[in-house]
Design a protein around this ligand. Sequence first.
Ligand code: SAH
Ligand code: SF4
Ligand code: F3S
Length: 488
Amino acid sequence: MTPNQAKKLYIETVGCQMNVLDSELVVGSLRRQGYVLTSEETDADVILFNTCSVRQHAEDKIYSALGRLRRHKRSHPETLIGVLGCMAQKDQELIRRRAPHVDIVCGTGQLARLPELIDEVRRTGKPTMALSLDRTESRHEVEASFESYDPLRDPSMRPSPFQASVRIMIGCDKFCTYCIVPSVRGPEQSRPPAHIAAEVRQLAAEGCKEITLLGQTVNSYKHQAGDGRQYRLGDLLALIHDTQGIERIKFITNFPRDMSDDLLDAVRDLPRVSKYLHVPAQSGCNDVLRRMKRLYTVEFYRDMLARSRDKVPGVAISSDFIVGFPGESEESFQRTCDLVRDAGFKNSYIFKYSPRPGTKGHEMFADDIPEEVKRRRNNDLLAVQNQRSQEDNRRFQGQRVRVLVEGPSKTALKSDSPGPRQLTGRSCTDHIVVFDGNERRTGRMIEVDIEETSALTLFGRVVTEERIGGDVAAASVRESRVSLPVVI
Ligand code: SAH
Ligand code: SF4
Ligand code: F3S
């Protein structure tokens, strides 16, 4: 590489929105060092994998990508390969053994050091690593080793210029028995409200209209401010609600036990807060919930749903489920199906149990449900959910919904035919809405009359468009129909 040539960076990200945000921040910091992004890994000077350990499958994907690069590294020894994030934090030795051609292993909480680590490897020619402390040290030291460097963001790196995620807390203290997150993301720590509000103001000033607040258990947010006042999530929503330019605020993911009345009141009363709650139930069987150490019963969860619907009329609720958890009998599984049938979730993300070494569940329970049973339960539960979503979505037929336009639909992106494009956006209940329109509407709030519905999508036509910066585009009156793939 000549000194005048920009250095090229390739980055691949798996995992949750926390990881997507981390990658955004890593790319931002490396761009400041002169890197440009490339979509070809073999063309890059630095290849990074931001990893996830929540299920075995996520780890396998990374090892096979690293395997593919072995030969490339041999013929291009100057290319640096880095493994970042949750799997790096958990398995530094294993990564070294299975992929000795990896130059950098950088755990969660240490990502701000990445530019320095790259320089170090270039200088010394030796591999290096940076990891946060594991949870066996003192709480204070462990907390200090999990740093977040969120304010350092580069606006051009956001997935869209008008949408951004803002982390309000890091880590998790719940220790559900199946889950690796508390050991790879460290202790639960809430960021000060003033920092969050400043970040939201900065994002709004850069043209951002939709903010998604992130936390593993976002509704457990708790911060004692300097004036002695305790801020919970509801207070934080109120604090950022009137930020000039912000049109919509969402938050994920909620823990069922922490769905307080205050928070539900805030969701009801603050008009820019989406009427949408993602509150994973994980199972509909008390016996399984107890072994998962979820700290609630199905009855509690059902009450929480009723309370949420009572307080926030029309609220949409979605969930996560794990099927094939150790000891899940056919009867236990049927209880989960009953919950999905009764609950009216907007959608559910369904996962097959994946034993995670390092969790209590792995120590305590044998992974005794055969793979084909897990697969069948996964499909069966998905079918129950889809049937329910299809029925529930019919209530939108003939309704007018406010949509923040996100851009061309996936089908439209593939086609290059002229004329109105199929656009997609989300309603204030987070439903996907598809309609014909001009791409100039991207980033605007519009109204759409819903004409048809499916389990996952509402289809309609644009009726009005509000003036939120820029011109008002002409209304399109064509009917649209497209189905989007399910993300699980
Ligand atoms: N903090 C969030 C979710 C974190 S992980 C919460 O508490 O809800 C996202 C989802 O992955 C979980 O909700 C759970 O359904 C699933 N998951 C976590 N560990 C898993 C495992 N070992 N096997 C299968 N699914 C798992
Ligand atoms: Fe994992 Fe449970 Fe924490 Fe969610 S609440 S991140 S499932 S330990
Ligand atoms: Fe995966 Fe880490 Fe998120 S384990 S789900 S990327 S917190």
